[in-house]
Design a protein around this ligand. Structure first.
Ligand SMILES: [Fe+2]
Ligand SMILES: [Fe+2]
Length: 403
């Protein structure tokens, strides 16, 4: 039976098991139809998710959803308890979309369109991460504010006045920071209307890290729209950032913006690939789709390096704070990172964020999942459901701050 978050529950759905409060009171009996007043009631009682019946006569649909999800999970260990939990969640998402009339894309529809005119900056056989980044950074430099923010983010003596002055010079940055401060990411009871107030609540170090991350994001523009739907790309990035923050909280790394920012920027290497080698990137995407392999594996085949090799080069060139860069650079191989437990946070968040999008584009195969990374987090497999439910309630609002 699909288990869905209260935010996604709709009147008319039928609950598949008794919905019970923490005190054991039955709110909705198994088999009952959900009415609109139930939604408020369940929210008020802080019940996060319920099991629902698949719509009647839809066992075919359930089977179709599972078959679709199986392709997506082709590259992971099917015996992993964590993956079984995630598979269940993803199948529920696909089932819900199918019930809405969604038609999964066929292979030919998943092909990138109109890419013939895309031209790579140099032939792929001469491309390596150092060369690509050198070309990129020769052409486009960071704005001054980046380096000043970096100084603030890294200084133990950062001052509220300097940070406020800096941020206030950039209206776009100010607006984004305020939207973020007012999003469910922080769950603040009152609205935050000024940067000073945001600093007071979020903390000076944390706010400068956020500001730095957002400034870095602004750097990525001019990506060929035929190649990648940027809205979708950022949705994946934001989802990864949010899930990383939720997992970081769950393992006791509270108030730590570096996980959110690392999640936001974790695939920045892919953006540089799109910019510098758009045609070869299309080949890698197609290779991934047609052979049902994760993109990171397809990159290794087409380029002989991956987007994390590129981010390593790029972030070093930008002198991006090392403790965030390391979370980004090891998101596909957390065990090789300097702190496998912290590196596992962004690794797991990326996998979960990909699973969330299964029925949004359904184009890719989940990247390889490192079971040892999950174990390093010290969370039980049942935490998957809790993390996903917490995420579902936060994502839309936070998306609005960015897109
Ligand atoms: Fe990645
Ligand atoms: Fe990713």
């Amino acid at each position: 039976m699909p288990r869905i978050a209260i935010a996604s529950l709709k009147p008319g759905m039928v609950v598949a098991s008794d919905v019970v409060t923490e005190q054991g009171r039955v709110i909705l009996q198994r088999g009952k139809k959900v009415e609109s007043f139930h939604l408020q009631l369940l929210k008020g009682l802080c019940i996060e998710a319920v099991e629902i019946e698949a719509p009647s006569g839809d066992s075919d649909r359930e089977e179709q959803a599972a078959a679709y999800a199986r392709d997506f999970f082709a590259f992971v260990n099917p015996d992993s308890q964590v993956m079984i939990e995630l598979f269940r969640f993803a199948t529920g998402l696909v089932g819900a979309r199918l019930a809405e009339g969604w038609i999964p894309p066929s292979l030919s529809e998943r092909r990138a369109q109109n890419v013939e005119q895309l031209e790579d900056v140099f032939p792929v056989e001469f491309a390596d991460p150092a060369r690509i980044v050198a070309h990129e950074t020769e052409l486009t430099s960071f704005p001054d504010i980046y380096f000043k923010l970096k100084e603030e983010a890294e200084s133990p003596k950062a001052s509220v006045r300097t940070l406020t002055d800096l941020v206030s010079r950039d209206m776009g940055l100010t607006a984004k920071l305020l939207k973020l401060a007012n999003s469910p990411l922080y769950g603040l009871p009152e609205s935050v209307e000024s940067i000073e107030r945001a600093i007071a609540i979020i903390g000076i170090q944390e706010l400068s890290t956020l500001a730095l991350g957002i400034t870095a994001i602004n750097y990525f523009h001019g990506i060929p729209p035929e190649l990648v739907d940027m809205r979708r790309f950022w949705r994946h990035s934001i989802s990864t950032g949010l899930i990383a923050k939720i997992i970081a909280n769950a393992i006791g790394e509270m108030k730590n913006e570096r996980f959110f920012i690392a999640g936001l920027l974790h695939d920045c290497g892919r953006l540089i690939l799109f910019k510098k080698l758009p045609y070869a990137s299309t080949e890698a995407l197609l290779y991934a789709r047609e052979n049902f392999v994760p993109i990171v594996e397809a990159e290794r085949t087409v380029f002989e390096f991956t987007h994390t090799d590129l981010s390593t080069e790029l972030l070093a060139n930008w002198q991006f704070p090392k403790h965030i860069a390391e979370l980004i650079n090891f998101h596909h191989n957390p065990q090789d990172g300097p702190d496998p437990r912290l590196n596992a946070v962004v690794h797991v968040a990326d996998i979960m964020a990909n699973a969330v999008d299964i029925a949004a584009d359904g184009m890719y195969v989940l990247p390889p999942f490192d079971e040892a990374a999950w174990n390093a987090l010290g969370l039980p497999p049942s935490a998957v459901g809790r993390v996903m439910t917490a995420f579902e309630t936060e994502v839309m609002e936070t998306m609005r701050a960015f897109v």
